[in-house]
Design a protein around this ligand. Structure first.
Ligand SMILES: [Fe+2]
Length: 260
């Protein structure tokens, strides 16, 4: 399993506040089968605004501590970038990508995607980046109209779903929206968005639920295969599944069968 969204680097955002907590969480992750993790600290001008050097320094401290603790998880760099006008300049200048790839994890206003959302994302696409919208199901706009996720796919924007959403940890509406996205194949990645506050078991439980409600193939695509393609700099398909919904079987009436 490869988790593409986490806040384990201590004291850089609202995630982990202590390296010992991060190490304890990494041990739980590894015990459950995680072998790759993207350390996607928030990047938000004016709030979580740092230099690439500062990020790398803090990331390396965690990597060294993990090595000393005998943890074998491959730790990749990453950022959860708040979409703002002109953000493409920061991304270029600081190379705010996922590992060595062109993928970038982005987020926006949860209480409603702003009207200039696409106007700010299109320059990222034109610059060759591959944006992934973090926890798409948590946006009010998406809850109102979940097939906006498909519209995003059509515009070459990938979708990531939080494990906790599938379990109902953000409320019933978010839970329903997350399942609609997963069942229709509009979401490409399942990730923890772990802030080292709760139990990492949520990620494993969500994987198991997808196995039960859909199938293991889909669960593995979202938790392993597609995340692995980010790590390798490969192209994840925007469309990967077509769910055949069973058609309602209308029984022909006795007279229709007799005369029709
Ligand atoms: Fe996050």
């Amino acid at each position: 399993m490869i988790d593409i969204h986490s806040h384990l680097i201590p004291n850089i955002d609202d995630g982990s506040q202590d390296i010992s907590h991060s190490i304890a969480q990494l041990k739980l992750m590894e015990a459950g089968g995680v072998n790759g993790l993207f350390l996607t600290s928030h990047y938000f001008r004016g709030h979580y605004h740092y230099s690439r050097e500062e990020y790398d320094k803090r990331k390396n401290t965690l990597v060294e501590a993990a090595k000393a603790a005998g943890i074998g998880i491959k730790l990749h760099s990453g950022f959860e970038i708040f979409v703002q006008p002109g953000i493409v300049e920061d991304i270029k200048e600081k190379n705010l990508t996922m590992g060595d790839s062109k993928y970038i994890l982005v987020e926006s206003e949860l209480n409603g995607l702003p009207s200039d959302f696409y106007a700010n994302v299109f320059p990222l696409l034109r610059a060759g980046y591959r944006p992934i919208l973090a926890h798409a199901e948590r946006y009010v706009s998406m809850m109102k109209k979940p097939n906006r996720a498909r519209e995003m796919n059509d515009k070459n924007i990938y979708v990531q779903t939080n494990a906790g959403s599938l379990l109902g940890l953000y409320g019933e509406k978010v839970r329903q929206t997350a399942w609609i996205m997963i069942e229709n194949g509009w979401s490409h990645f399942l990730a923890s968005d772990d802030h080292v506050r709760g139990d990492y078991q949520v990620m494993f439980d969500a994987h198991q639920l997808i196995c039960e409600r859909i199938d293991k193939h889909t669960a593995d695509l979202l938790c392993h295969d597609f995340p692995g393609m980010i790590a390798n700099g490969e192209n994840v398909p925007y469309t990967y599944v077509h769910v055949h919904r069973p058609r309602k079987h209308h029984r022909r009436s006795f007279f229709r069968r007799l005369f029709g």
